[in-house]
Structure formats: structure tokens, C-alpha cells
Design a protein around this ligand. Structure first.
Ligand SMILES: [Zn+2]
Length: 305
């Protein structure tokens, strides 16, 4: 009788501890708007959170059309992380239709938006993004600010995870410091007069400001309108005049325009740059750090030779 009781007690104890372990591992449901942000959030949240992204690998967040499933994903979220700076123009309506009450961490909060050279306004309406250039993640220094905002927002939503979020953020920030050093080192080896390239849309302004490689694009900071014939002609003239060595395709954009520009000018196609989205696991840029490393290696290889 006694042994049976002990056995039952032992089974109950085992049960209870399993349930407790499961409870401890119930992940905080977090939604990030696009793949690059989702990776950064995963690094800070670690195994305390479960991240879902709305715009997936190789997706274009500028022109995204949310689905009913996205509204459900948002409704189930306890935290929503967004880029801000006018990047997710479709989000406000989606948030409203989902009825989510989840707090919104704006990852770019505190970053001074880059002014747009091409933006101008007429009486009554303006062209270009009212918030400036949204692609702040192309500077690693800015992503360090994203990490701090995400860390602080997660601690607010899940105070019990404070130590874990702080430790994860510190580990990731150290990796970002190393990444920044690598970029500066690689750029320093490219002859200054060759630090100029063409891409499809104007996504690399923050990279240019931070690391001194000039990017020129026929399309503006959004992909929502096509490049005009005049913009394409201007780029072709500029490539010839400034002897720009290479043009680059982007993973989120149609390659045909850039291929045509390369054909007409004799500039070489230097490869693919990842601007606004990661690749899937099998691709060359499944994480933010991979994306930056891939981009800097690809452009330096094309500009060296
Ligand atoms: Zn973009």
C-alpha cells in the first residue's frame, strides 16, 4: 500500500513538473511586420517569444496586401513590432480590422530619419514619404537602436523576462559591433572613386551615409511607383559620365530594368543585393547579419575589379 502511494505521488510530481516546464516555455506571441525585423526581434527575445512575420522572405513590404490570416495573427499577438518611418503604410488599417490591443514597439523610435533628396511638395499635397527614408536598418548603428527599443518593449510586456532580454540584447549588440567593424574594413579597401553603384530602388541611403558607398537608383524610396523614362535616362547618363562600375539587382525587385540599364551602359551586373527582405533558410541572407555580410562582400567584389 505504502509503495503504491509513493508511486502515485511520484507520478503526480512528475506530471506537475512537466506541466510547470511547459508553462515556463509558453512563448510570448510577438508579430514583426517584415522578415528583417523578425530576425532582429528573435535575437532579442530568444526562446521566451514566438515570432511571426507578416511580410515573409523576399517579400516587398512597400506594396504588401494583408490577408485575413494576417488579421488573425495580429489578434493573437501580445506584442507587435514595426519599423515605423512610414514603411508599413498598410498596417494601420490591418491593426484596426484585427482589433488587437497588443502594444506596438516602433523599432526605429529615436532615429533621425534621413531626408529625401527627391521629395518635394506642392501646395496641398506632397510627394515621397512624409516620414523620410524608412530603410534605417541599412545602417548597423541604427539597428543597435532597434535592438534597444525591442529589448525595452519586451521587458515592459514581459517583466519576468528582463534578465533574459538584457542578456540576449547584449550578445546580439556585440555581434553587431563586430559586423560594423567588418563593413568599415571592407569599404576602406575599395578605391574611393569606385564606391558608387546602381540599385533598383533607393533603399541604401542609410548605408551610404554610414559607410560612404554611394547608391543611385532609378526608383524612389518606395517600390509603389515605377521608374519613369526620364529617371532611367538620367541614370544612364550618370553611369556613363561618372564611370559607375556596376549595377545590382535586388531580391525584392524585378531584375529587367537593371539588366537593361547594364546592357545600355556596359556597366556590369554585380550580383543581387538584399534590400528590404531576408531570403529563406536556403538562401544567402537568412538573417540580418548574413544580409549585411552578403551585401558588403558582393559590392566590394564588383567594385574592386
Ligand atoms: Zn524599400
Amino acid at each position: 500500500m505504502l509503495t503504491r502511494r509513493i508511486l502515485i505521488a511520484a507520478i503526480f510530481a512528475a506530471f506537475a513538473s512537466t506541466a510547470q516546464a511547459q508553462e515556463q516555455h509558453a512563448r510570448l506571441p510577438v508579430v514583426a511586420t517584415f522578415s528583417i525585423l523578425g530576425d532582429i526581434v528573435s535575437n532579442v527575445g530568444g526562446d521566451r517569444i514566438g515570432v511571426k512575420t507578416l511580410v515573409g522572405p523576399n517579400g516587398d513590404a512597400h506594396v504588401y496586401s494583408p490577408s485575413p490570416a494576417d488579421a488573425k495573427t495580429l489578434a493573437d499577438a501580445k506584442v507587435v513590432v514595426t519599423n515605423g518611418l512610414g514603411f508599413e503604410g498598410w498596417l494601420a488599417r490591418l491593426i484596426k480590422s484585427s482589433n488587437t490591443k497588443a502594444p506596438n514597439i516602433i523599432a526605429s523610435r529615436g532615429i533621425k530619419p534621413r531626408a529625401l533628396a527627391g521629395a518635394h511638395s506642392h501646395a496641398g499635397h506632397s510627394h515621397g514619404h512624409s516620414n523620410g527614408d524608412p530603410h534605417a536598418w541599412q545602417s548597423v548603428a541604427n539597428v543597435k537602436i532597434y535592438v534597444a527599443n525591442i529589448r525595452d518593449g519586451l521587458i515592459k510586456a514581459d517583466p519576468a523576462g528582463k534578465a533574459a532580454y538584457e542578456a540576449n540584447a547584449a550578445t546580439y549588440l556585440a555581434k553587431l559591433d563586430a559586423l560594423e567593424g567588418q563593413i568599415k574594413d571592407i569599404v576602406s579597401k575599395i578605391p574611393p572613386e569606385r564606391r558608387k553603384i546602381i540599385t533598383t530602388h533607393d533603399a541604401f541611403g542609410y548605408f551610404k551615409d554610414a559607410y560612404g558607398v554611394e547608391f543611385i537608383a532609378p526608383q524612389g524610396v518606395s517600390t509603389d511607383s515605377e521608374a519613369s523614362a526620364r529617371d532611367v535616362a538620367r541614370i544612364i547618363t550618370q553611369i556613363r559620365k561618372q564611370k559607375i562600375p556596376a549595377v545590382f539587382i535586388e531580391n525584392i525587385s524585378d531584375a529587367r530594368l537593371l539588366t537593361r540599364i547594364a546592357d545600355e551602359t556596359g556597366a556590369k551586373v554585380g550580383g543581387t543585393l538584399y534590400s528590404d527582405a531576408l531570403t529563406d533558410e536556403k538562401g544567402l541572407a537568412p538573417t540580418y547579419i548574413d544580409l549585411i555580410r552578403h551585401n558588403i562582400r558582393t559590392l566590394s567584389a564588383a567594385l574592386q575589379s
